[in-house]
Design a protein around this ligand. Structure first.
Ligand SMILES: Nc1ncnc2c1ncn2[C@@H]1O[C@H](COP(=O)(O)OP(=O)(O)OP(=O)(O)O)[C@@H](O)[C@H]1O
Ligand SMILES: [Mg+2]
Length: 414
Protein backbone atom coordinates (compact mmCIF):
# COMPACT_ATOMS: atom_id res chain seq x y z
CA UNK A 1 0.00 0.00 0.00
CA UNK A 2 1.48 3.26 -1.16
CA UNK A 3 1.61 5.79 1.63
CA UNK A 4 1.67 9.48 1.21
CA UNK A 5 5.38 9.56 1.85
CA UNK A 6 6.21 7.37 -1.15
CA UNK A 7 4.00 9.03 -3.71
CA UNK A 8 6.31 10.44 -6.30
CA UNK A 9 4.68 13.82 -6.91
CA UNK A 10 6.52 17.13 -7.29
CA UNK A 11 4.68 18.50 -4.21
CA UNK A 12 5.87 15.58 -2.17
CA UNK A 13 9.46 16.12 -3.27
CA UNK A 14 9.19 19.74 -2.24
CA UNK A 15 7.77 18.74 1.12
CA UNK A 16 10.59 16.29 1.74
CA UNK A 17 13.20 18.81 0.78
CA UNK A 18 11.67 21.42 3.05
CA UNK A 19 11.56 18.95 5.92
CA UNK A 20 15.17 17.93 5.41
CA UNK A 21 16.21 21.56 5.29
CA UNK A 22 14.30 22.13 8.50
CA UNK A 23 16.13 19.18 10.00
CA UNK A 24 19.52 20.67 9.28
CA UNK A 25 18.45 24.11 10.45
CA UNK A 26 17.77 22.80 13.96
CA UNK A 27 19.85 25.06 16.19
CA UNK A 28 22.53 23.17 18.11
CA UNK A 29 20.91 23.80 21.49
CA UNK A 30 20.99 20.89 23.92
CA UNK A 31 20.66 17.32 22.66
CA UNK A 32 17.13 16.84 23.97
CA UNK A 33 15.66 19.97 22.37
CA UNK A 34 17.39 19.24 19.07
CA UNK A 35 16.29 15.60 19.04
CA UNK A 36 12.67 16.52 19.90
CA UNK A 37 12.65 18.88 16.94
CA UNK A 38 14.21 16.24 14.71
CA UNK A 39 11.56 13.68 15.72
CA UNK A 40 8.76 16.13 15.05
CA UNK A 41 10.28 16.95 11.68
CA UNK A 42 10.42 13.29 10.68
CA UNK A 43 6.84 12.80 11.88
CA UNK A 44 5.55 15.58 9.62
CA UNK A 45 7.49 14.04 6.78
CA UNK A 46 6.16 10.51 7.19
CA UNK A 47 2.66 11.05 8.63
CA UNK A 48 3.44 8.28 11.10
CA UNK A 49 1.81 8.06 14.55
CA UNK A 50 5.05 8.35 16.50
CA UNK A 51 8.73 9.03 15.87
CA UNK A 52 11.47 8.50 18.42
CA UNK A 53 15.15 9.25 18.49
CA UNK A 54 16.39 6.63 20.94
CA UNK A 55 19.94 7.21 22.20
CA UNK A 56 21.99 4.73 24.19
CA UNK A 57 22.55 5.57 27.86
CA UNK A 58 25.65 3.58 28.96
CA UNK A 59 25.08 4.09 32.71
CA UNK A 60 21.79 2.16 32.59
CA UNK A 61 22.45 0.09 29.38
CA UNK A 62 19.14 1.38 28.12
CA UNK A 63 18.10 3.11 24.94
CA UNK A 64 16.18 6.24 25.86
CA UNK A 65 13.76 8.22 23.69
CA UNK A 66 15.74 11.45 24.03
CA UNK A 67 13.72 13.05 21.23
CA UNK A 68 10.12 12.16 20.58
CA UNK A 69 7.27 13.50 18.46
CA UNK A 70 4.35 15.30 20.06
CA UNK A 71 1.43 12.93 19.39
CA UNK A 72 -1.14 10.93 21.41
CA UNK A 73 0.83 7.71 20.83
CA UNK A 74 4.05 9.36 22.02
CA UNK A 75 2.35 10.50 25.22
CA UNK A 76 0.95 7.03 25.79
CA UNK A 77 4.41 5.55 25.25
CA UNK A 78 5.78 7.78 28.01
CA UNK A 79 2.87 6.96 30.33
CA UNK A 80 3.59 3.25 29.85
CA UNK A 81 7.28 3.77 30.53
CA UNK A 82 8.12 2.50 27.04
CA UNK A 83 10.30 5.55 26.32
CA UNK A 84 13.13 3.71 28.10
CA UNK A 85 14.03 0.30 26.71
CA UNK A 86 16.67 -1.66 28.67
CA UNK A 87 18.85 -3.73 26.34
CA UNK A 88 18.21 -6.72 28.61
CA UNK A 89 14.49 -6.68 27.82
CA UNK A 90 15.03 -7.16 24.09
CA UNK A 91 12.44 -6.10 21.52
CA UNK A 92 12.88 -4.86 17.98
CA UNK A 93 14.28 -1.38 18.69
CA UNK A 94 16.94 -2.84 20.97
CA UNK A 95 17.71 -5.42 18.28
CA UNK A 96 18.33 -2.64 15.74
CA UNK A 97 20.71 -0.95 18.16
CA UNK A 98 22.57 -4.17 18.90
CA UNK A 99 22.84 -5.53 15.36
CA UNK A 100 22.92 -2.27 13.42
CA UNK A 101 20.45 -3.81 10.95
CA UNK A 102 17.37 -1.94 9.76
CA UNK A 103 14.06 -3.43 10.91
CA UNK A 104 10.81 -3.28 8.96
CA UNK A 105 7.55 -5.04 9.83
CA UNK A 106 3.99 -4.17 8.82
CA UNK A 107 2.12 -6.61 11.06
CA UNK A 108 3.70 -6.32 14.42
CA UNK A 109 0.69 -7.87 16.15
CA UNK A 110 1.95 -11.06 14.54
CA UNK A 111 5.62 -10.46 15.43
CA UNK A 112 6.61 -12.75 18.34
CA UNK A 113 9.90 -10.88 18.87
CA UNK A 114 8.34 -7.50 19.63
CA UNK A 115 7.71 -6.42 23.24
CA UNK A 116 4.08 -7.13 24.27
CA UNK A 117 3.74 -3.56 25.58
CA UNK A 118 4.64 -2.16 22.17
CA UNK A 119 2.28 -4.29 20.10
CA UNK A 120 -0.67 -4.71 22.51
CA UNK A 121 -0.75 -1.66 24.79
CA UNK A 122 0.68 0.91 22.38
CA UNK A 123 -0.98 -0.74 19.39
CA UNK A 124 1.95 -0.55 16.99
CA UNK A 125 1.33 -2.35 13.69
CA UNK A 126 3.85 -0.91 11.21
CA UNK A 127 7.39 -0.20 12.32
CA UNK A 128 10.67 0.96 10.79
CA UNK A 129 13.74 1.06 12.99
CA UNK A 130 17.10 2.33 11.70
CA UNK A 131 20.45 2.63 13.42
CA UNK A 132 21.69 6.14 14.25
CA UNK A 133 25.41 6.63 14.06
CA UNK A 134 27.02 9.73 15.56
CA UNK A 135 30.53 10.52 14.42
CA UNK A 136 30.98 6.93 13.20
CA UNK A 137 29.81 5.42 16.49
CA UNK A 138 26.70 3.28 17.03
CA UNK A 139 24.61 5.52 19.22
CA UNK A 140 20.88 4.91 18.91
CA UNK A 141 17.81 4.10 16.85
CA UNK A 142 15.42 6.17 14.78
CA UNK A 143 12.04 4.54 15.31
CA UNK A 144 8.96 5.32 13.19
CA UNK A 145 5.67 3.57 13.84
CA UNK A 146 2.06 3.60 12.80
CA UNK A 147 -1.05 1.99 14.28
CA UNK A 148 -2.13 1.09 10.76
CA UNK A 149 -0.95 -2.20 9.28
CA UNK A 150 0.99 -2.19 5.99
CA UNK A 151 1.78 1.48 6.37
CA UNK A 152 5.40 1.49 5.14
CA UNK A 153 6.90 0.34 1.86
CA UNK A 154 10.44 -0.76 0.98
CA UNK A 155 10.98 2.73 -0.49
CA UNK A 156 10.06 4.26 2.85
CA UNK A 157 12.70 2.12 4.52
CA UNK A 158 15.43 3.41 2.23
CA UNK A 159 14.23 6.94 2.74
CA UNK A 160 14.23 6.58 6.56
CA UNK A 161 17.77 5.20 6.38
CA UNK A 162 18.82 8.46 4.76
CA UNK A 163 16.90 10.51 7.30
CA UNK A 164 18.63 8.59 10.11
CA UNK A 165 22.00 9.71 8.76
CA UNK A 166 20.80 13.30 8.80
CA UNK A 167 19.55 12.92 12.37
CA UNK A 168 22.97 11.48 13.29
CA UNK A 169 24.62 14.53 11.73
CA UNK A 170 22.35 16.87 13.73
CA UNK A 171 23.15 15.00 16.96
CA UNK A 172 26.86 15.16 16.17
CA UNK A 173 26.77 18.89 15.62
CA UNK A 174 24.87 19.40 18.89
CA UNK A 175 27.38 17.28 20.81
CA UNK A 176 30.34 19.15 19.34
CA UNK A 177 28.81 22.49 20.28
CA UNK A 178 28.06 21.17 23.79
CA UNK A 179 31.66 19.99 24.18
CA UNK A 180 33.12 23.28 22.96
CA UNK A 181 30.80 25.28 25.24
CA UNK A 182 31.72 23.14 28.24
CA UNK A 183 35.43 23.59 27.54
CA UNK A 184 34.97 27.35 27.23
CA UNK A 185 33.11 27.51 30.55
CA UNK A 186 35.83 25.43 32.28
CA UNK A 187 38.52 27.68 30.79
CA UNK A 188 36.71 30.81 31.96
CA UNK A 189 36.25 29.39 35.43
CA UNK A 190 39.93 28.51 35.62
CA UNK A 191 41.01 31.98 34.53
CA UNK A 192 38.73 33.55 37.16
CA UNK A 193 40.08 31.17 39.84
CA UNK A 194 43.65 32.05 38.92
CA UNK A 195 42.97 35.74 39.16
CA UNK A 196 41.25 35.26 42.51
CA UNK A 197 44.22 33.26 43.80
CA UNK A 198 46.68 35.96 42.78
CA UNK A 199 44.62 38.72 44.40
CA UNK A 200 44.06 36.67 47.56
CA UNK A 201 47.75 35.81 47.77
CA UNK A 202 48.63 39.46 47.52
CA UNK A 203 46.18 40.47 50.28
CA UNK A 204 47.27 37.63 52.50
CA UNK A 205 50.86 38.75 52.07
CA UNK A 206 49.90 42.16 53.44
CA UNK A 207 48.23 40.64 56.49
CA UNK A 208 51.36 38.64 57.26
CA UNK A 209 53.47 41.70 58.02
CA UNK A 210 51.71 42.76 61.26
CA UNK A 211 51.51 39.11 62.38
CA UNK A 212 55.24 38.72 61.85
CA UNK A 213 55.95 41.89 63.86
CA UNK A 214 53.72 40.79 66.74
CA UNK A 215 55.38 37.37 66.79
CA UNK A 216 58.83 38.95 66.93
CA UNK A 217 57.64 41.05 69.86
CA UNK A 218 56.35 37.97 71.68
CA UNK A 219 59.57 36.14 70.84
CA UNK A 220 61.73 38.91 72.32
CA UNK A 221 59.56 39.26 75.40
CA UNK A 222 59.65 35.51 76.01
CA UNK A 223 63.42 35.53 75.62
CA UNK A 224 63.77 38.45 78.03
CA UNK A 225 61.56 36.80 80.65
CA UNK A 226 63.19 33.39 80.03
CA UNK A 227 59.72 31.87 79.47
CA UNK A 228 61.02 28.81 77.65
CA UNK A 229 57.60 27.37 76.77
CA UNK A 230 56.44 30.63 75.18
CA UNK A 231 59.75 30.90 73.43
CA UNK A 232 59.34 27.46 71.87
CA UNK A 233 55.79 28.23 70.77
CA UNK A 234 56.83 31.58 69.30
CA UNK A 235 59.63 29.93 67.32
CA UNK A 236 57.25 27.25 66.01
CA UNK A 237 54.73 29.93 65.02
CA UNK A 238 57.49 31.87 63.23
CA UNK A 239 58.47 28.74 61.29
CA UNK A 240 54.86 28.19 60.17
CA UNK A 241 54.58 31.83 59.24
CA UNK A 242 57.73 31.57 57.15
CA UNK A 243 56.31 28.56 55.29
CA UNK A 244 53.08 30.47 54.73
CA UNK A 245 55.04 33.43 53.42
CA UNK A 246 56.87 31.20 50.94
CA UNK A 247 53.59 29.71 49.77
CA UNK A 248 52.09 33.14 49.22
CA UNK A 249 55.09 34.43 47.34
CA UNK A 250 55.06 31.29 45.13
CA UNK A 251 51.41 31.98 44.35
CA UNK A 252 52.12 35.58 43.51
CA UNK A 253 54.97 34.52 41.24
CA UNK A 254 52.65 32.21 39.39
CA UNK A 255 50.32 35.16 38.88
CA UNK A 256 53.22 37.28 37.63
CA UNK A 257 54.33 34.53 35.24
CA UNK A 258 50.81 34.26 33.86
CA UNK A 259 50.63 38.01 33.28
CA UNK A 260 54.14 38.21 31.82
CA UNK A 261 55.26 40.42 34.73
CA UNK A 262 57.90 38.02 36.01
CA UNK A 263 61.16 39.91 35.74
CA UNK A 264 64.79 39.28 36.61
CA UNK A 265 67.37 41.59 38.13
CA UNK A 266 70.61 40.08 36.88
CA UNK A 267 74.16 40.64 37.91
CA UNK A 268 77.29 38.50 38.33
CA UNK A 269 76.30 36.00 40.97
CA UNK A 270 78.31 33.22 42.58
CA UNK A 271 76.22 30.05 42.37
CA UNK A 272 78.35 28.35 45.02
CA UNK A 273 77.68 31.11 47.55
CA UNK A 274 73.94 30.72 47.01
CA UNK A 275 74.17 26.93 47.24
CA UNK A 276 76.16 27.21 50.50
CA UNK A 277 73.61 29.51 52.06
CA UNK A 278 70.62 27.39 51.05
CA UNK A 279 72.35 24.19 52.22
CA UNK A 280 73.25 25.72 55.57
CA UNK A 281 69.75 27.07 56.28
CA UNK A 282 68.01 23.89 55.15
CA UNK A 283 70.17 21.51 57.16
CA UNK A 284 68.46 20.23 60.31
CA UNK A 285 69.53 17.33 62.55
CA UNK A 286 69.07 14.10 60.57
CA UNK A 287 68.25 16.03 57.37
CA UNK A 288 71.59 17.17 56.13
CA UNK A 289 72.19 19.03 52.88
CA UNK A 290 75.76 18.52 51.56
CA UNK A 291 77.50 20.67 48.99
CA UNK A 292 79.85 19.26 46.35
CA UNK A 293 81.47 20.48 43.15
CA UNK A 294 83.51 23.48 42.13
CA UNK A 295 84.50 26.14 44.75
CA UNK A 296 83.22 29.12 42.71
CA UNK A 297 81.06 29.62 39.63
CA UNK A 298 79.86 33.07 38.60
CA UNK A 299 76.78 33.39 36.42
CA UNK A 300 74.87 36.39 35.14
CA UNK A 301 71.65 35.84 37.01
CA UNK A 302 69.07 37.05 39.50
CA UNK A 303 70.40 35.73 42.84
CA UNK A 304 67.00 35.90 44.58
CA UNK A 305 65.35 33.86 41.87
CA UNK A 306 68.14 31.28 41.85
CA UNK A 307 67.87 30.98 45.63
CA UNK A 308 64.12 30.49 45.31
CA UNK A 309 64.64 27.76 42.68
CA UNK A 310 67.22 25.96 44.77
CA UNK A 311 65.13 26.25 47.94
CA UNK A 312 62.23 24.59 46.14
CA UNK A 313 64.38 21.72 44.85
CA UNK A 314 66.03 21.17 48.24
CA UNK A 315 62.66 21.32 50.05
CA UNK A 316 61.28 18.66 47.70
CA UNK A 317 64.36 16.46 48.10
CA UNK A 318 64.23 16.71 51.89
CA UNK A 319 60.51 16.02 51.92
CA UNK A 320 61.04 12.81 49.97
CA UNK A 321 64.28 11.58 51.56
CA UNK A 322 64.35 9.14 54.41
CA UNK A 323 65.86 10.68 57.56
CA UNK A 324 69.61 10.11 57.84
CA UNK A 325 70.33 10.13 54.10
CA UNK A 326 71.75 13.48 52.98
CA UNK A 327 70.57 15.59 50.07
CA UNK A 328 73.45 16.51 47.76
CA UNK A 329 73.64 19.92 46.08
CA UNK A 330 76.28 20.07 43.37
CA UNK A 331 77.58 23.07 41.39
CA UNK A 332 79.62 22.40 38.27
CA UNK A 333 80.60 23.48 34.79
CA UNK A 334 79.80 21.48 31.69
CA UNK A 335 81.34 21.90 28.27
CA UNK A 336 78.87 21.11 25.51
CA UNK A 337 78.75 21.62 21.76
CA UNK A 338 76.45 24.61 22.30
CA UNK A 339 78.79 26.28 24.82
CA UNK A 340 79.61 26.16 28.49
CA UNK A 341 76.86 25.63 31.03
CA UNK A 342 76.63 26.00 34.76
CA UNK A 343 74.88 23.02 36.32
CA UNK A 344 73.13 23.29 39.65
CA UNK A 345 71.95 19.84 40.73
CA UNK A 346 69.98 18.47 43.64
CA UNK A 347 70.06 14.75 44.32
CA UNK A 348 68.22 12.69 46.90
CA UNK A 349 68.00 9.03 47.80
CA UNK A 350 64.24 8.88 48.25
CA UNK A 351 61.64 6.81 46.38
CA UNK A 352 61.99 8.75 43.11
CA UNK A 353 59.24 10.38 41.04
CA UNK A 354 56.12 8.30 40.36
CA UNK A 355 56.48 7.42 36.64
CA UNK A 356 52.90 8.47 35.86
CA UNK A 357 53.71 11.96 37.21
CA UNK A 358 56.82 12.44 35.06
CA UNK A 359 55.20 13.67 31.81
CA UNK A 360 53.41 16.52 33.63
CA UNK A 361 55.87 17.02 36.48
CA UNK A 362 56.77 20.64 35.69
CA UNK A 363 53.22 21.77 35.00
CA UNK A 364 51.27 24.03 37.32
CA UNK A 365 49.31 22.23 40.05
CA UNK A 366 50.88 18.91 39.11
CA UNK A 367 51.69 17.00 42.28
CA UNK A 368 51.92 13.57 43.82
CA UNK A 369 49.05 11.96 45.73
CA UNK A 370 50.62 12.59 49.16
CA UNK A 371 51.72 16.19 48.57
CA UNK A 372 50.42 18.79 51.00
CA UNK A 373 51.69 21.57 48.71
CA UNK A 374 50.09 23.16 45.70
CA UNK A 375 52.21 21.54 43.01
CA UNK A 376 53.73 24.89 42.05
CA UNK A 377 57.35 24.42 43.14
CA UNK A 378 58.73 22.69 40.07
CA UNK A 379 56.70 24.90 37.76
CA UNK A 380 58.42 27.92 39.32
CA UNK A 381 61.85 26.31 39.19
CA UNK A 382 61.46 25.59 35.48
CA UNK A 383 60.12 29.11 34.84
CA UNK A 384 63.11 30.61 36.65
CA UNK A 385 65.56 28.41 34.70
CA UNK A 386 63.91 29.34 31.41
CA UNK A 387 63.82 33.05 32.24
CA UNK A 388 67.63 32.80 32.46
CA UNK A 389 67.83 31.04 29.08
CA UNK A 390 68.38 27.73 30.85
CA UNK A 391 66.55 24.47 31.46
CA UNK A 392 65.30 22.22 34.23
CA UNK A 393 65.65 18.47 33.73
CA UNK A 394 64.98 15.46 35.91
CA UNK A 395 66.24 11.90 36.07
CA UNK A 396 64.50 9.44 38.27
CA UNK A 397 63.94 5.73 38.54
CA UNK A 398 61.46 4.34 41.06
CA UNK A 399 63.29 3.45 44.27
CA UNK A 400 66.52 5.14 43.20
CA UNK A 401 65.98 8.76 44.19
CA UNK A 402 65.67 11.79 41.97
CA UNK A 403 68.19 14.11 40.33
CA UNK A 404 67.06 17.59 39.29
CA UNK A 405 69.43 19.71 37.22
CA UNK A 406 69.13 23.43 36.51
CA UNK A 407 71.40 24.29 33.55
CA UNK A 408 72.28 27.96 32.97
CA UNK A 409 74.25 29.29 30.00
CA UNK A 410 77.65 30.53 31.07
CA UNK A 411 79.46 33.40 29.40
CA UNK A 412 83.06 32.87 30.46
CA UNK A 413 85.42 35.80 30.57
CA UNK A 414 88.23 35.83 28.04
N1 LIG B 1 62.77 14.80 45.05
C1 LIG B 1 61.56 14.25 44.83
N2 LIG B 1 61.35 12.93 45.08
C2 LIG B 1 60.15 12.37 44.84
N3 LIG B 1 59.08 13.03 44.36
C3 LIG B 1 59.22 14.35 44.11
C4 LIG B 1 60.47 15.02 44.31
N4 LIG B 1 60.30 16.31 43.96
C5 LIG B 1 59.05 16.44 43.53
N5 LIG B 1 58.38 15.26 43.62
C6 LIG B 1 56.99 14.99 43.22
O1 LIG B 1 56.62 16.01 42.30
C7 LIG B 1 55.44 16.68 42.74
C8 LIG B 1 55.50 18.12 42.28
O2 LIG B 1 56.49 18.83 43.00
P1 LIG B 1 56.30 20.38 43.22
O3 LIG B 1 57.45 20.89 43.96
O4 LIG B 1 55.97 21.01 41.91
O5 LIG B 1 54.97 20.45 44.11
P2 LIG B 1 54.76 20.11 45.64
O6 LIG B 1 56.06 19.93 46.32
O7 LIG B 1 53.77 19.01 45.72
O8 LIG B 1 54.02 21.41 46.16
P3 LIG B 1 54.70 22.87 46.34
O9 LIG B 1 56.10 22.80 45.86
O10 LIG B 1 53.82 23.77 45.51
O11 LIG B 1 54.59 23.14 47.79
C9 LIG B 1 55.43 16.48 44.25
O12 LIG B 1 54.11 16.54 44.76
C10 LIG B 1 56.02 15.09 44.39
O13 LIG B 1 55.03 14.10 44.21
MG1 LIG C 1 57.61 21.41 46.07
Amino acid sequence: MATEMTERTPERRDRILQALEKLLEIPPADTQTAMNQAAQCVLELTLADKVDVFLFEPSSTTIVAVGTSDTPMSRKQKALGLDRLPLANGGRSVEVFQTGKTFHHNRQDEDPEELPGVKHQLGVRSHIGVLIEVGGERRGVLDIVSSKPDFFTADDVRFIETVARWVGAVAHRVELVEAVTKAAVAQGRRAAAEELITILAHDMGNHLIPIRMRLELIHRRAARERASEYLRDAEAAEQSLKALGRLISDLMDVGRLEQGLFSLTRYPTDLVAIAEEVARLATTPGREVQLTGTPELVVDADPNRLRQALENLVANAQKHSPAGLPVIVDVNRQQRQDGTWALLSVKDQGPGIPPELLPRLFERFSKGPKSKGLGLGLYLVRSIAEAHGGTLTVQSEPGKGALFVVALPLVEEG
